[in-house]
Design a protein around this ligand. Structure first.
Ligand code: SF4
Ligand code: SF4
Length: 311
């Protein structure tokens, strides 16, 4: 594969970090984003671990439209380790992360996708130590202590997500799945939730961490740039909601509240950012918001999906 000559354009960069409004909160570095990232990649690398994940967060990242993800990974960010995207295998690729642990002078950002099992190290392993499979929890503890920044990619890493859902509605799941923050209680973990997270959220957050440090976060440690307002605040159907024009069957026009939309207490900018290069949003396509960016997702007992339930 040939290495692209150019990195992120200024226009792409502004769009990813949140649009024109974000320019005000993402100071001068925004206007030199390309060059700054070019310089930063020489000293900052990315280690991307996958715990209990379906790989959907990585697939979503590969759908990045602005800029093309290959351009970003090759020309602007040094993605040195990824369990499914790295070209090397076995001991050869494991050497990359072992070196990060040994070489403390080299900066790196740890990204974790998927939740972390705590009931047994053997539920999710990566490589071996002294002939024994090494649990992903151990890797997160070791790399998390050495990294410049720790980013949880997706709701499973951020809050436990689907692997941590209550077992048949009765209690904890069998793997003891938990969030990265619970494994690293002394570190500030930047959470980019979503099932999956939008690629712009991931790229914008990583760019911010590389160039300016952690972005401003909300009470659930999510970047305010992307999660500062509710879905309802910016929904395509807000006018219909105010006029009490509700969809009562799937496919009807109108606000989806009566079909169980959770947009009022879920935060993200998808109604304005939209998925797949602006094709559509969760609410715009008529399916409603299932609250995938919230810490309680997908706890059926508390909020429900397609059905409003009492806490
Ligand atoms: S569809 Fe959902 S987010 Fe949109 S206005 Fe209705 S309740 Fe709010
Ligand atoms: S609109 Fe709702 S379901 Fe869609 S990404 Fe945002 S929080 Fe998740």
């Amino acid at each position: 594969m040939s290495v692209p000559k150019t990195g992120i354009s200024r226009r792409d960069f502004i769009r990813i970090v949140g649009g024109v409004a974000a320019v005000l909160s993402f100071p001068s570095v925004l206007f030199q984003g390309c060059r700054a990232l070019e310089r930063a990649r020489k000293r900052t690398s990315l280690i991307w671990l996958q715990g209990q994940s379906c790989s959907g967060c990585s697939i979503s990242l590969l759908n990045a439209g602005y800029p093309d993800i290959i351009t970003l990974l090759v020309a602007d960010i040094s993605l040195d380790f990824h369990q499914t995207l790295s070209w090397g295998t076995g001991e050869v690729i494991l050497e990359v992360i072992k070196k990060r642990l040994e070489d403390r002078k080299r900066d790196f950002i740890l990204v974790v996708e998927g939740s972390i099992p705590t009931a047994s190290e053997q539920y999710c392993t990566l490589g071996e130590t002294n002939g024994l499979a090494k649990g992903i929890r151990q890797w997160v503890v070791e790399l998390g202590a050495a990294a410049n920044a720790v980013v949880a990619a997706g709701t499973c890493a951020a809050y436990g997500g689907i692997p941590a859902a209550r077992w048949k509605g009765e209690g904890a799941g069998p793997t003891g799945a938990t969030s990265v923050a619970k494994i690293l209680p002394k570190r500030k973990v930047v959470c980019v939730p979503g099932c999956p997270p939008h690629p712009d959220w991931m790229i914008g957050t990583l760019a911010h961490c590389i160039l300016k440090g952690a972005p401003k976060l909300d009470e659930y440690n999510r970047p305010k740039l992307y999660f500062g307002k509710t879905v309802h605040d910016r929904c395509e159907w807000l006018k219909d909601y105010k006029k009490e024009k509700f969809a009562l069957r799937w496919g009807d026009k109108g606000c989806l509240y009566k079909l169980g939309c959770l947009g009022m207490d879920s935060n993200c900018d998808i109604p304005v950012r939209k998925w797949l290069r602006g094709a559509n949003s969760c609410t715009g396509c008529g399916s409603g918001c299932i609250g995938c960016t919230e810490p309680v997702f997908p706890d059926m007992g508390k909020r429900g999906i397609y059905e409003h339930r009492q806490a």
